[in-house]
Every structure is written in structure tokens, then in C-alpha cells.
Write a protein that binds this ligand. Structure first.
Ligand code: TRP
Length: 503
């Protein structure tokens, strides 16, 4: 069986950027920058990017490319007994993060249509939480399914399915080659439009004015590192799978630097539109900027709709804004479906499209709980556990595996032989010591916080039964799948450099 390959390395770059740029870039980054000292936040953010983000991205590209496999296959070929970790990552992202991520994209689809006639009226806050989501009182009260969200979620899963069925070249690569330029153009239009609004300067100065006292707080550093992790899709097994479809000769470091810089550049750029609009809203309501800023979901579904309602031509602005979120979200969601599919095909040799159909159906069914009245609460809890613990644990394990149990100098040679930007010894040190150390500190910091106050004011019962159960169940599933025998011959091949085989 021939492994699929990208049409061109440019196509790979588009796909990697498509996976990296997602919902997180548009609202999570802007909000963090604002609340963590404006321009000063760039210090921890860029430090995290350079010391952990880029080195790990290079590592994931190198692993996928050298071992030629999806995450479980690549890990299995690095060291016996480590396959389960690759499965755990792709399973909990596919049947955890993705299930609610698609529902947030579904809300964006709903809001795209709602913005055409500004259907949220003058009180977007109660519209979103009451009329639209009708949030139930606790996670154990599921309530009914919200039909408009259900319909939109079905559409999102259908699009995901249709793209991934097209294959690596005809589906993923093609979709990203269309999505990314369209996303950049639409975002540029939003930025230009928002800068022309009255009060834009007010918002911009809140966005960029540095407040260096804020970055003394360790929490800011922890959040900067976890943001970099999420935004570059690290620990998802995605970048490993994508790099395995590169041709023999591929400029690994160049693509890693470009992916990282385009992704962060996009965040900074989209932030201009986010904050100019908030400045406009503050000016037109005569309020200070701090009164109109809200966090993550509130920013996109409450603060923004409010501003859109006040703006001349707001309905078009709103439609374009939600379209940007939809595109950014889809290009990320297809990447994990591909990573999971690739892992299953590597292991069991399944027919690709039958498998994609099956997992899209399973994914849609799994998303149903997030379309219920308790959906927002479930989403909040799962997101906390999977992104704070799941991804970080995988990141640490990846560094230990590559840095200590596998010949990392051989991996560096492999990259240097092919790449225009050469990696020094510093890269090995970062992977062996610094990155696992930094992530370990984050993990400990998070755990301590967890025991002090249960997350988000939920009851321990809800947190344990949803968040922890999900982590444990996916882990058991991963171990179960890893213990099955390999049904394909992929497992037998060595990596691209034979001498890097097991130590
Ligand atoms: N990087 C994405 C973001 O910033 C997150 C992401 C990438 C993701 N791939 C994913 C989320 C797959 C869910 C499923 O939003």
C-alpha cells in the first residue's frame, strides 16, 4: 500500500496552517492579550512560542516525517510499548475536543444566519444564554436538544465528512487551499472596516498598551504556554500525521517556522478587528472599554453581536465575522478527523472512506450531548480537562519519548540533512529539559489550583463524572486499541533513517 502524499509542500503548509488557525486564534488570543497586560503579553507569548511552540512543532514534524506514520504508528516505531500514547491523543481529541468544537462551529453557523437580520435584538446576553442555548441549571439536567443547533451540527459534520472523504490531496489539501486565502481576505476586510469605526483607536490602545506589571504573575506565563500549545495543535497527533504525507525531501524547519509565524501573525492581526470593534462599542455607549470586553464565548456570541447591532451595515459585518469563525473552525476540525483516520488505517488497514463515514456518524452522535440544554456546561468542563491535562501530559510524554528513549541526535541529523534552517544542539536541550520542565510546572500549577477550588464553580460530582471519566475512558480505549495486533505492513518498515532505530 502506497502512503498518500501532498500534491506539493505548499499544500502541506496550507493544511498545517489551517489546523493551527482555529476558533482559538480569534477570541482566545485577543482576550488573553487584553487581560494580561496588552502589548506586554507579547513577552510571555513570544517566549512560549520560541522556547516550546516551535521546538515541539519541529519535533512533531520530524517524528511524522522520519518514522512515516500517524502518531500511534510513529510512537510504536520509536519505542515498543509507547503506541498507546498516540492512540490516547487521537482518541481524546477526536472523541472529546472535536465533539464540542464542532458544536461551537455550529453556533457560528446559527449566528451567521441570525446576524442577517440581527435577530438577537438589544439584549444579546439573554438572547444567547436563554433564548438560544436555554442553558439548564446543572450538567446533570440535560434538558432537550436544541433543534437549530442540532441542524447546524449535522451540517458541520456533513461538511467535515465530505472534505475528509476527498482524501489528503483532493480533500484536505484542496479545502485548505481555498479556505486559507478566503479566511485571510475576509479577515483583512474586517480589520479595515473595523479601523474605520469611531472609537477604534480606544480599543486598539487597550489592546496594545503594555502593562508590564501584569506579566509578573506566574498565571500569565502558564496561560501563555498553554495557549501556544492549543493554537499550534501540539499534542493532538495532527502535525505528526500531516508530516507523514510529505515527500522524502522536505524542508522541515522552514515549514515549522512558517506555520508558527503565520499562525501567531494571524492572531495578532485578527485582534485588531476584535478590539477596534470593542472600542467602537465603548465609544458609542459612553462606557469604558473594560465594561464591554468579555471572555472567550461571551466575546463572540454576546459582545460582538451587541456591537454588530450598533454598527452601520452591521449585519454584513456580522455575517463575515461568523463566516471567518466557521472557516477557521472547519479547517481545524478536519485535521483531527484525518489524524484519527490515518491512525486507524495504519493499524488495521481499513477502507478509508467507509471508516471516515463511520467516525463522522459516531462523531455526530457524540456531539448530540453538546446540543442539549446542558451542552455549554459539558463543553466547559471537558474543555478544561482535555486541554489542561490531556494535551499537556501528551506533550511531556512526547518529549520524554523523543528526548530520552529515542536517539534525538539522529532525529536532529535527519532534520538538518533536509532543512534550510539548521537546528543546533539547543534544540535537543529544549526537548530534553526545558519543554518537559516547563510543561511539568504548568501541570503542577493547574493541579494545585484544581484542589483549592473546583473548576468553574461546578460540583465535584459533575467535574469527576464528566471531565475525569472522559480522560480515563479514552485512556482505557487507547490501551485496548494499542494491544491489538498490527494488521498492516506499515509497522515493519523502519524510519527514513535506519540508524535511528530503537536504542
Ligand atoms: N489550533 C486550533 C485552534 O486554535 C485548535 C484545534 C486544532 C482543534 N485542531 C483541532 C480543536 C481539532 C479541535 C479539534 O482553535
Amino acid at each position: 500500500m502506497e502512503r498518500e502524499q501532498w500534491n506539493s509542500q505548499m499544500g502541506f503548509l496550507f493544511a498545517a496552517v489551517g489546523s493551527a488557525i482555529g476558533l482559538g486564534n480569534i477570541w482566545r488570543f485577543s482576550y488573553m492579550a487584553y487581560s494580561y497586560g496588552g502589548g506586554a503579553f507579547l513577552v510571555p507569548y513570544i517566549t512560549a512560542l520560541l522556547t516550546a511552540g516551535i521546538p515541539l512543532l519541529i519535533l512533531e514534524f520530524a517524528i511524522g516525517h522520519e518514522r512515516v506514520g500517524s502518531a500511534p504508528l510513529a510512537y510504536a516505531k520509536m519505542r515498543q510499548g509507547w503506541e498507546w500514547m498516540g492512540w490516547w491523543a487521537v482518541i481524546f481529541v477526536m472523541f472529546g475536543i472535536l465533539l464540542y468544537y464542532t458544536v461551537i462551529i455550529a453556533w457560528c453557523v446559527n449566528f451567521f444566519f441570525l446576524s442577517l437580520d440581527l435577530a438577537w435584538g438589544d439584549d444579546p446576553n439573554s438572547f444567547f444564554f436563554r433564548a438560544f442555548l436555554d442553558v439548564s441549571e446543572s450538567p446533570s439536567h440535560l434538558g432537550g436538544i436544541r433543534p437549530p443547533i442540532l441542524a447546524a451540527a449535522a451540517a458541520v459534520w456533513f461538511i467535515n465528512w465530505a472534505i475528509v472523504c476527498g482524501g489528503v490531496r483532493g480533500g484536505i489539501e484542496l479545502a485548505n487551499k481555498i479556505f486559507m486565502p478566503v479566511l485571510f481576505l475576509l479577515t483583512a476586510a474586517l480589520v479595515i472596516w473595523s479601523l474605520s469605526l469611531e472609537g477604534a483607536g480606544l480599543g486598539l490602545s487597550a489592546y496594545v498598551t503594555p502593562d508590564f506589571t501584569k506579566i509578573l504573575d506566574p498565571k500569565v506565563w502558564i496561560d501563555a504556554y498553554s495557549q501556544i500549545f492549543f493554537t499550534l495543535s501540539l499534542g493532538f497527533g495532527i502535525m505528526i500525521a500531516y508530516a507523514s504525507y510529505l515527500p522524502e525531501k522536505a524542508d522541515i524547519t522552514r515549514w515549522a517556522f512558517l506555520t508558527a509565524f503565520i499562525n501567531s501573525g494571524y492572531s495578532l492581526f485578527a485582534g485588531i478587528a476584535v478590539f477596534s470593534v470593542l472600542g467602537f462599542m465603548a465609544a458609542s455607549q459612553g462606557k469604558p472599554i473594560s465594561a464591554v470586553v468579555s471572555q472567550s464565548i461571551g466575546l463572540a456570541f454576546v459582545a460582538y453581536p451587541k456591537a454588530i447591532g450598533l454598527m452601520p451595515g452591521g449585519s454584513i459585518f456580522g455575517a463575515v465575522f461568523f463566516l471567518c469563525l466557521i472557516i477557521a473552525g472547519l479547517s481545524s476540525s478536519i485535521s483531527i478527523i484525518q489524524a484519527f483516520t490515518s491512525a486507524m488505517v495504519d493499524k488495521f488497514g481499513f477502507k478509508r472512506n467507509a471508516l471516515v463515514t463511520l467516525i463522522s456518524l459516531a462523531g455526530f452522535l457524540g456531539s448530540l450531548v453538546f446540543t442539549s440544554r446542558a451542552g455549554l456546561l459539558w463543553l466547559d468542563i471537558l474543555d478544561h480537562y482535555l486541554t489542561h491535562y490531556g494535551l499537556i501530559v501528551v506533550g511531556v510524554a512526547e518529549c520524554i519519548l523523543a528526548g530520552w528513549l529515542f536517539k534525538i541526535p539522529a532525529l536532529r541529523d535527519h532534520v538538518n540533512r533536509l532543512s534550510s534552517i539548521q537546528l543546533g544542539k539547543w534544540w535537543e536541550h529544549l526537548i530534553r529539559y526545558f519543554v518537559p520542565g516547563a510543561l511539568g510546572v504548568i501541570l503542577l500549577g493547574d493541579l494545585c489550583g484544581e484542589f483549592k477550588t473546583p473548576y468553574g464553580g461546578y460540583s465535584w460530582a459533575s467535574l469527576l463524572s464528566i471531565g475525569v471519566t472522559w480522560l480515563v475512558l479514552t485512556l482505557l480505549a487507547a490501551v485496548a486499541v494499542a494491544s491489538r495486533p498490527w494488521k498492516t505492513k506499515y509497522y515493519l518498515g523502519a524510519g527514513r533513517i535506519r540508524n535511528a532505530d530503537q536504542v
